[in-house]
Design a binder for this molecule. Structure first.
Ligand SMILES: *Cc1c(COP(=O)(O)O)cnc(C)c1O
Length: 424
């Protein structure tokens, strides 16, 4: 089916094909206009109340507190967990740094847990091992990468066994389910995001989710500068200006009814890629089909080790040596960019980030990549030119494909053809 596209016939896309861009439907503007017309241009109003109700109904939690962003929701989660300066906290390693930064805001010290190949999320085997190395740890922060739920049963059982609580970062996985339950319900403390590139968006925004009225009330208070119930501004605790605007809430309110539509579009994109790549030495980002249904936020590729051409990444730039029958993320990303399509490298693991390089990092034993224990993280490949751990390996061989829900079948076919050509 793709042989019909001859090399010479492929022209750059006249308008950019995005990784994941906002998709507005109309009602968003009505709710924003309503806020404007009624002068509720503030951090209180009907849109905020409604969007909190919508989130509770959709996700199945009792309380939702609308905040300025997902990072703020994660910060509130870390505060509720009572993280103290100097306290070590186990964190997902292959994630966006907004999962981890709020731990540091409170003085916590992230210790990173390596990734598993089956879901690209926190490896329960490495987590179990981490508790033998750091038995005093009592908070675990886990994200669901690219909208694919992690191994929640295993992670929660290990937390329970060691008396630890789970902070669930469901920023990328809104609408994804694990054993039929929406992500955002599994932690003692939970966060979602409405950032511009997420599956639904307010242009910005986030939410704290909980079944605890007491926690919900604390977050409401802290996020509005911790004002006490007094006639004047009375403060007994440190406060934050983290509440969602009623204008932003109007956008989110208009988006919520379209969540399932966006998921269906993203799912179709994922499976079209999977079909289109048949016969290539690649696999799509995997998920645990028996237990979870992702929201398919981003479609990703992992190139077979044997089909990787040489690729070297420094801190700011990448080089590769083209080779017949082989390719690498850098070659594919550069090709896509040349044709006006946006891909992205896999989120660079936290243990490889200069800011977190001196932090602890725990891998599972016998992952076949040389390191079998906790070690101080480094940035580059091993002496043999091979990655040292699972996160580094997926970063080395993987990439995020254009996954915009407005991408047409024809555009996607061209992207598939461009990827195929990289392996010729
Ligand atoms: C987007 C994102 C966040 C933060 O959300 P913002 O609304 O952008 O602050 C947190 N964690 C992960 C994994 C994310 O992808």
């Amino acid at each position: 089916m793709f042989s019909a596209l001859k090399t010479s016939e492929i022209a750059p896309f006249p308008s950019k094909v995005w990784l994941s861009s906002p998709t507005m439907h109309g009602p968003e503007l009505e709710y924003v206009k309503e806020a404007y017309d009624t002068n509720w241009m503030s951090t209180v109003g009907e849109n905020i109340n409604e969007v909190e109700n919508l989130a509770c109904r959709k996700i199945g939690c009792q309380y939702a507190v609308a905040l300025s962003c997902g990072t703020a929701a994660m910060h509130m989660a870390v505060k509720l967990a009572g993280v103290k300066p100097g306290e070590k906290i186990f964190c997902s390693d292959m994630t966006f740094d907004a999962t981890v930064n709020p731990v540091v805001y409170e003085g916590g010290v992230p210790v990173f847990i390596d990734t598993e190949y089956d879901t690209w999320n926190m490896d329960p085997v490495a987590l179990e091992k981490a508790f033998t190395l750091y038995p005093q740890v009592r908070v675990v922060v886990a994200a669901h990468l690219y909208g694919t739920p992690g191994r929640l049963d295993e992670l929660r059982a290990i937390c329970r066994e060691h008396g630890a609580v789970l902070i669930e970062d469901a920023a990328e996985s809104l609408g994804a389910t694990y054993k039929g339950i929406q992500t955002g319900n599994f932690g003692e403390y939970n966060a979602i995001s409405f950032n511009g590139n997420k599956i639904i968006t307010g242009s910005s925004g986030g939410m704290y989710l909980t079944n605890s009225l007491e926690d919900a009330n604390k977050v409401r208070k802290w996020s509005t500068q911790s004002r006490e119930n007094a006639p004047w501004y009375q403060h007994e605790e440190l406060g934050y200006n983290y509440r969602m605007s009623n204008v932003i809430a109007g956008v989110v309110r208009g988006q919520f009814p379209y969540l399932e539509e966006h998921i269906a579009q993203k799912k179709a994109i994922y499976y079209r890629y999977q079909e289109g790549f048949q016969g290539l030495p690649v696999q799509m980002n995997p998920f645990d089909g028996g237990n979870s249904e992702p929201n398919y936020w981003l479609s990703c590729l992992l190139i077979d080790e044997a089909a990787m051409c040489q690729q070297v990444r420094g801190e700011q730039e990448a080089l590769f040596i083209p080779e017949h029958g082989k390719s690498c993320p850098t070659e594919i990303l550069e090709t896509l960019a040349k044709y006006n399509a946006e891909g992205r490298p896999i989120w660079k693991p936290m243990h490889m980030q200069p800011i977190y390089r001196n932090h602890g990092f725990v891998t599972r034993e016998g992952n076949g990549r040389g390191k079998t224990n906790a070690y101080i993280a480094g940035g580059s490949l091993g002496m043999d030119g091979k990655p040292l751990d699972v996160g580094m390996d997926i970063f080395h061989r993987g990439l995020c494909l254009p996954s915009d829900n407005k991408m047409t079948k024809e555009q996607q076919n061209i992207i598939i053809e461009l990827v195929r050509r990289c392996f010729e």
